[in-house]
Design a binder for this molecule. Structure first.
Ligand code: SDX
Length: 431
């Protein structure tokens, strides 16, 4: 914990406290209020955690004003351009870019853990065929603790390592199986001679009736989408994983909790909601109608894929995603994709509108990702499972960082109680 002897004076009535100021590597200073209740007998109040640092972390940093995202100090646009997902996984988990030997060993470890316990297939068969794949992801990942019980003791560093590799390796297999199950096609087993992204595409789109040849354009785009979704500081799903893990729950249950949180349309579910919105808009001439709805306080409609709690400038991931959308659709011969045209025009109109400009609302990671996934052949229901697949390494990295912290305590927020004061029970005959 960075500490530079600066303090913040807190006074309430005749009570005065000097609260330590903690200075970070980057970003705003932090007022350490850990002793505020014990010494000052007051709580702070911050629903939604707009001004609260819930933990100390060295993994990812976001500068919302500059629109900058760093993973262990490396900018996301450089990683998206020069690195690849499994190398980014290594970086997020271990803190440094791997040597060629370390990378080769890590990739081999992941590749050789991609198969799922055969008996887990029965879990899939218990769902209706029209199940949303996210429901399958939550259920099957949570059930992994029943099959991989030898990597659930979080006090054992080796078991934490094994659980981490198993989750990163098996998420594509589980997501692909969830997809295959919903379309009534047989499961496709992973193939060890394929890279991570190619393996996922093949498990999703190959059928026994013919050979499947991975399109390198699509596998590169898929890998880049994984990288762009890998981690993002203390977002809602990561905070869910941290809070669940703080009780000592096993990693599979905690990642399942993260998947459940990510599913919401305000979070990871926005990529599905955004593409559905763009398709509902349909043509650029209908954009004003939807922009007006987004600005109308009496209408719950919001522009999906727009706005962010932290970014008050362009989401750097959206910039890379937009460029990738142009490249992929052109290479696939669908560059005049009507949905992409609507997205670009909607972005232009919104960014010129004072309502969005005043609130610093810009496209976020979910605004363009769905267009690429749609062009790759994924149904919208698979967009958030792909986000969950990619974010697993972020959840795992943050989980490992927290569990390894000797000062880690169970998370237990307090509240501003506004309910009934103390009162005595009244028998029913007297009510
Ligand atoms: C992700 O946290 C992360 O890092 C998440 C994520 C990650 O990688 O983990 O980046 C992934 O979840 C990206 C966000 C995906 N969600 C969406 O695209 C859904 C649409 N966006 C909004 O729901 C909203 O912008 C949030 C949820 C993303 C952020 O909400 P905040 O920070 O609580 O902001 P707010 O609701 O207080 O909005 C501030 C103002 C409000 O207007 P006023 O009350 O000031 O008049 O901006 C308005 C809001 O009504 N506003 C929008 C809007 N987003 C905010 N108005 C119209 N359309 C929108 N999209």
């Amino acid at each position: 914990m960075a500490n530079n002897e600066k303090t913040a004076k807190f006074s309430l009535g005749d009570m005065e406290l000097d609260l330590p100021i903690l200075s970070p590597t980057a970003g705003p200073d932090v007022v350490d209020i850990r002793k505020l209740y014990s010494q000052g007998d007051v709580f702070t109040y911050d629903p939604g955690f707009t001004s609260t640092a819930a933990c100390e972390s060295a993994i990812t940093f976001i500068d919302g004003d500059k629109g900058e995202l760093l993973h262990r100090g490396y900018p996301i646009d450089q990683l998206a351009d020069k690195s690849h997902y499994l190398e980014v996984c290594y970086l997020l988990i271990y803190g440094e870019l791997p040597s060629s030997v370390q990378l080769k060993d890590f990739e081999s470890l992941v590749t050789n853990h991609t198969m799922l316990h055969e008996q887990m297939i029965h879990f899939f068969r218990g769902f209706r065929r029209d199940v949303h794949p996210m429901a399958v992801m939550v259920g099957v990942v949570g059930a992994m603790s029943a099959f991989y019980h030898d990597s659930t003791d979080i006090s054992d560093e080796h078991q934490r390592e094994v659980a981490s590799i198993r989750l990163i390796a098996k998420m594509p297999t589980i997501a692909a199986m969830a997809y295959k199950y919903t379309i009534g096609q047989p499961f496709v087993y992973p193939q060890n001679d394929l890279d991570y992204a190619s393996n996922f595409l093949r498990m999703c789109f190959a059928v026994p009736a013919e050979d499947y040849v991975v399109n390198p354009i699509l596998s590169r785009a898929m890998d880049r989408i994984f990288t762009l979704h890998a981690d993002h500081e203390q977002n809602a799903s990561t905070s869910t994983v941290r809070l669940a893990s703080s009780s000592g729950a096993n990693p599979f249950a905690c990642i399942a909790a993260g998947i459940a949180c990510l599913w919401g349309p305000a979070h990871g579910g926005a990529n599905q909601a955004c593409l559905e919105m763009l398709k509902e808009i349909g043509t650029p001439d209908r954009i004003p109608e939807f922009v007006a709805r987004a600005k109308d306080k009496d209408d719950p409609f919001r522009l999906m894929g727009f706005g962010h709690r932290v970014y008050k400038n362009f989401d750097p991931r959206a910039k890379v995603m937009k460029q990738s959308a142009d490249e992929v659709l052109e290479l696939l011969g669908v560059e005049n994709n009507p949905t992409l045209q609507v997205a670009k025009e909607l972005e232009r109109v919104a960014l010129e509108d004072p309502y969005f400009a005043e609130r610093k609302l810009y496209p976020n990671v979910d605004f363009y990702s769905g267009i690429i996934l749609d062009a790759m052949g994924f149904p919208t229901s698979m967009f958030t499972p792909i986000f969950a697949l990619a974010r697993t390494v972020g959840w795992i990295s943050q989980w490992k960082e927290m569990i390894a912290d000797p000062t880690m305590k169970i998370g237990r927020p307090r509240q501003l109680y506004v309910g009934a004061p103390h009162r005595d029970y009244v028998n029913v005959e007297n009510r």
